[in-house]
Design a protein around this ligand. Structure first.
Ligand code: BT5
Length: 264
């Protein structure tokens, strides 16, 4: 088994989880792990099933944007069946697990930019996408999608420059994707299982946001907001204080940081 062997067996054997990653479907190349995970749900995929690809030909971001996922990156989706109460915390669980795993495996410090980016040195190294099927007040399924730039040269992909980086760009050497991935799956399960115990995931997520206290511009659909990112609510939405002092609660959008230490 090599450090970069991403076979199903290499990922799941001896993995210290109860369900996340106990079943792994590995593909050298596919369209999008989200698509394959959705099909898996329809066929009754067990909780914690992981779909992982070395390369995606049609990786997706939010609002159907393109997510570049060349060989050397890590693209995965995890199928879960949570109760409604935990759904808003999924973006927090996934982003924090990424931050913890990057630190544990590489020693690099990363931060979260609301709502779904993980940054190293101010550049995007990872994007998180949460999809769910909701019927009335119950959740049929949720899928956590994570795209991580591990061993690739961001400078080869002009579309995402200058805002993107990779772990290998930051470290000047390659990283074991297998080690990173196994670490990530354990952390996701632990954070997920800690949700019923209280607010700790929300509090840690809030403290990891580079966005708070900063002057920001948020585009949310047709609307543009400007002001200071004051806090985040427990449901993950951003609380923005505008120049007139009124507070807006924004559930989704794209943030650009406007102050001197601008990071995106
Ligand atoms: C995201 O969307 O950041 C969520 C990305 C989720 C990707 C994972 S990979 C596994 C799973 N399967 C999928 O098909 N998707 C998920 P968003 O916030 O909308 O950001 C998208 C924007 O990020 C694009 O419009 C580009 O500007 C930029 N971008 C695209 N590829 C990138 C990359 N590899 N690294 C950094 N930035 C990128």
């Amino acid at each position: 088994m090599t450090a970069d062997d991403l076979s199903s067996l290499a990922i799941s054997s001896g993995l210290k989880t109860r369900f996340v990653g106990q079943r792994v479907d590995y593909y050298p190349r596919l369209s999008s792990t989200m698509e394959v995970a959705r099909e898996g749900v329809q066929q009754g995929a067990p909780e914690g099933t992981v779909i992982i690809a070395d390369e995606q030909s049609a990786g997706k971001g939010r609002l159907n944007r393109v997510w570049l996922s060349p060989s050397g990156s890590v693209s995965l989706s995890i199928v879960l069946y949570p109760s409604m109460a935990y759904l808003p915390s999924f973006i927090m669980v996934a982003s924090l697990a990424v931050v913890h795993s990057i630190w544990a495996v590489t020693g690099l410090c990363s931060h979260i930019k609301w709502p779904n980016d993980v940054l190293v040195n101010g550049k995007k190294v990872c994007g998180v996408l949460i999809e769910s099927g909701v019927r009335g007040s119950s959740v049929d399924y949720a899928i956590i999608g994570i795209g991580l730039n591990v061993n690739l040269r961001a400078s080869d992909f002009t579309d995402i420059l200058p805002a993107a980086t990779s772990l290998s760009d930051e470290l000047g050497r390659d990283v074991s994707r297998l080690e990173l991935l196994r670490c990530l799956l354990v952390k996701i399960e632990n954070l997920y299982l800690s949700l019923p115990a209280g607010d700790s995931v929300y509090r840690e997520w809030r403290n990891s946001l580079v966005t708070l206290g900063r002057k920001v511009r948020v585009s949310a659909g047709e609307a543009i907001y400007e002001g200071i990112a004051e806090s985040v609510a427990r449901d993950g939405s951003l609380l923005l204080r505008d120049l007139n002092g009124s507070l807006s609660q924004i559930s989704a959008g794209d943030v650009s940081l406007q102050d001197i230490n601008s990071e995106g």
